[in-house]
Design a protein around this ligand. Sequence first.
Ligand code: ZN
Length: 456
Amino acid sequence: MNQTDVVFHASLPNFYYCLGGLTMKQSFDAKVKSETELKALQLEGLKWTVNHVYEGSQHYKKKFDEAGVKPGDIKTLDDIRRLPFTTSKDLQEGYPFPLQSVPFENIIRIHASSGTTGKRKVLCYTAKDVDDWANMFARCYEYAGCTVEDRIQIAVGYGVWTAGWGFQNGCERFGAMSIPVGPGNLEMQLQFLEDFQTTAMCCTASMGLLMAEEIDRVGLRDKIALKKMIFGSERSSDAMRRRISDLSGVPMEELYDIPGMTELYGPGTGLDCRYHTGIHYWADYFILEILNPETLESVSPGEEGEMVVTTLMKEAAPLIRYRTRDITRLIPGECQCGSVMPRHDRLLGRSDDMFIFRAVNIYPSHIDEIISKSEGVGSEYQIHLFRKESGKDHMLIKVERAKDLLKDREQDKHLRKDIEHAIKKQIMVSCDVEVLDYGELPRSERKTKRVFDTRG
Ligand code: ZN
């Protein structure tokens, strides 16, 4: 059969199918072809959204009135700065149907986050929201280089959360064959890889690693047709990706990360293309601002800050300047793939975790990274910040000697100096390191408290 790539012009309806043995390929990419067109579309979407929430949501109307802003005030994209912020507190206070901006008869589905603290975040969807989400996700498969010939095994959770539905609806919209297995069940996953000749695997990176190890262990590599892996919900480190690639035979460049959060539809709002130069995000569906989490002003292009999102066509629960607390930066310039969709970097951490020490913004993940690369120490640590009588701030980092190392003064001194030196070099601040016995720091099954700040 002939296969011809015909990308329909934006103004034509999205048909795709076999016509007399000729397979036409539909594109789910953005209809805009330049930054100017994108900005015009964003302004249109912003105006629509502001009007829509002002008319449809008491919650938003009240916030707008308090901020002294009316829908008519939004005349340019810069006017977004006049709008009030939305936070997770708004979601909690509005439980169980926060930010609802359409009548109940228009809502066809709800999803909830699997959050462990406080109330779950619940978001409503109209039929159009579900449809838009499927298009966005189909675009992810397209950016990952999938075709309708692909067989996509989906090993993420189906249920009230967004993961399974996102991958599934996106796959069906895209037109590839879906194999909706759900998470876990390693044995069945491997059997399906072989029997159905799965070509793309969707799972968490941890699951990807487990599968890769099994593929290698039972010698399955030559019997399967796996070409790609798409990881959701959890960011994969370079070391992890390398190992997955080595064991499974899937090339490094065919391992993709899909970001996403329940508040913003779910997974599928962006993807790193095969050049892996950052995550293209779907700017025709939402505006991404990167703000200084302290001042809430825009940072300079390329600088780190908090991701703040505003949706452009979401109906049931739109987001107006929603503070995600995730820290990243925009990546300037164009990607080799030619997409006009802008890019942001991988997520660096949560703004809630950031602390300022001697005018340097530091995330515990920065320190975590240095400690995890240091030999001779365990993975547990604590960061203590305090002010001495002189008025000078100090940082003390407590680490544990690795489990199999015996206590030795000289050796401890080396461990200490190595970490102090690495922190000075990489984060550009001075600190003191204290080496404790293994097991001396408290353990927790939940999120462990690591930063102790008594500077007042
Ligand atoms: Zn690209």
